[in-house]
Ligand binder design. Structure first.
Ligand code: PHE
Length: 336
C-alpha cells in the first residue's frame, strides 16, 4: 500500500495562520502527536518492506515542512505583537525622563557677573588668547626689564625648537583686551572683557595653568574713584547675593594708579571668619591711556579684574580648582 502525502502537504501549505489561536490549531492539526503527520507515520507498518525507506524519507520531508511553516509563522506573529498595544498596557505611565544638560558653574558665575555690568550699561569686548608683548605687557606699562613681568609666569610661543619667540605668548590676563578696545573706540568706553588666560603654574588644588578672568574698563571724562568703589560693592553683593563686609587694600598693578585689592569677610559655619581677596582694581594709569593715544589730561578711567574660578569657588564652596576642568558628570549635574 502507498501513503498519500500530497493532500496533507497541500493542507499544510494552505493553512491560514494569522493569530496565536490559528497557530495553535496548525500545531494540533499537523505537528502534535495526534496530528496528521504522526498519523501518516503510523501507517508505515502497512507498507511493503522494499518501499519503506523511500516512504520514510517522504514523510520526514513532510514533517520538516510542517515544522518550518510553524516556526516561521510563530516568529512573524511574535514580531508583530510587540508593536500592537494590548489591553494590559498602561497608557498612563510617564515616558522615560530624558536627562537635561546643565550649565557649567563657571558659566553660571560669569552670567551673574555679566548681569551686574549689563545693568550699568557695559558691553562685551573680546580679544585673542595668543597675544603679543605689546598688548599683554608693554602698553599696560610693564617696562621691559621690570620685575612686574615676573608677577605672571608666562607661556611664550616657540618659533622653532631652539628659539623662544619673546614676542608671542598666551595672554596672562584679559587686560590686553582693554588696549584693543581703546585702540578701536574713543571714550566713553564701558566694556567688560571675559576670557581664558594662561599662566605657567603647577597644577594644585588652588592653581592651574589656565583660568578665566573678567575685566571691566570704564573710560570717560571725570571718571573717579567713588564710581569704582560703588561698582565693586554692587558687584560683590550681586555675585554673592547678600550684603558683604569688605575692605579695599592698597596694592600694585603696573597699569593702574592707585591700585587696590578687594577683600570680603568670609564666614562659614564651624570655621573662623577671615578676609578673602576677590579682585584687583584701580584707576587706569596715565601711561596706559597715552599708549593708546587717549589724553590723560582730558580722560580718566577705572579698571577691575577678577578670576571667575575664584568667584565660583566661593559661591559654591568648591575647594579644588581642578574639578572645574574634569568634566565629571557627577559634579556638573549638581548645577541644574
Ligand atoms: N590684570 C590683573 C591680573 O591679572 C587684574 C586687574 C585688572 C587689576 C584690572 C587691576 C585692574 O592680576
Amino acid at each position: 500500500m502507498k501513503i498519500d502525502t500530497e493532500s496533507t502537504r497541500k493542507a499544510i501549505r494552505d493553512f491560514e495562520i494569522n493569530s496565536a489561536e490559528s497557530l495553535e490549531q496548525f500545531r494540533l492539526t499537523f505537528i502534535s502527536r495526534k496530528g496528521k503527520v504522526a498519523e501518516l507515520f503510523s501507517k508505515m507498518g502497512t507498507i511493503a518492506a522494499d518501499e519503506r525507506a523511500e516512504a520514510g524519507k517522504v514523510l520526514n520531508e513532510l514533517k520538516n515542512e510542517a515544522q518550518a511553516r510553524f516556526d516561521e509563522a510563530k516568529q512573524k506573529l511574535e514580531a508583530s505583537v510587540t508593536s500592537v498595544r494590548t489591553a494590559t498596557d498602561d497608557i498612563t505611565l510617564q515616558p522615560p525622563v530624558r536627562p537635561v544638560g546643565s550649565f557649567h558653574p563657571l558659566t553660571l558665575t560669569l552670567e551673574e557677573i555679566k548681569k551686574v555690568f549689563f545693568r550699568l550699561g557695559f558691553s562685551i569686548a573680546e580679544g585673542p588668547e595668543i597675544e603679543d608683548d605689546f598688548h599683554n605687557f608693554t602698553s599696560l606699562n610693564f617696562p621691559p626689564e621690570h620685575p612686574a613681568r615676573d608677577m605672571q609666569d608666562t607661556f611664550y610661543i616657540h618659533k622653532d625648537e631652539n628659539s623662544i619667540d619673546n614676542d608671542l605668548l598666551l595672554r596672562t590676563h584679559t587686560s590686553p583686551v582693554q588696549i584693543r578696545k581703546m585702540l578701536e573706540q574713543r571714550p566713553p568706553i564701558r566694556s567688560i572683557m571675559p576670557g581664558r588666560v594662561y599662566r605657567n603654574e603647577s597644577v594644585t588644588y588652588k592653581s592651574y595653568f589656565l583660568f578665566h578672568q573678567v575685566e571691566a574698563l570704564y573710560v570717560d571724562k571725570n571718571v573717579n574713584f567713588a564710581e569704582l568703589k560703588e561698582t565693586l560693592v554692587m558687584l560683590a553683593e550681586m555675585v554673592f547675593n547678600r550684603k558683604v563686609k569688605y575692605r579695599l587694600r592698597p596694592s600694585f598693578f603696573p597699569f593702574t594708579e592707585p591700585s587696590l585689592e578687594m577683600d570680603i569677610w568670609w564666614e562659614q559655619p564651624g570655621k573662623e571668619g577671615r578676609w578673602l581677596e576677590i579682585l584687583g582694581a584701580g584707576m587706569v594709569h596715565p601711561n596706559v591711556l597715552r599708549s593708546v593715544d587717549i589724553d590723560p589730561e582730558v580722560y580718566s578711567g577705572f579698571a577691575l579684574g577678577m578670576g571667575v574660578e575664584r568667584m565660583a569657588s566661593l559661591r559654591y564652596g568648591i575647594e579644588d580648582i581642578r574639578i572645574f576642568y574634569d568634566n565629571d558628570i557627577r559634579f556638573l549635574e549638581q548645577f541644574q
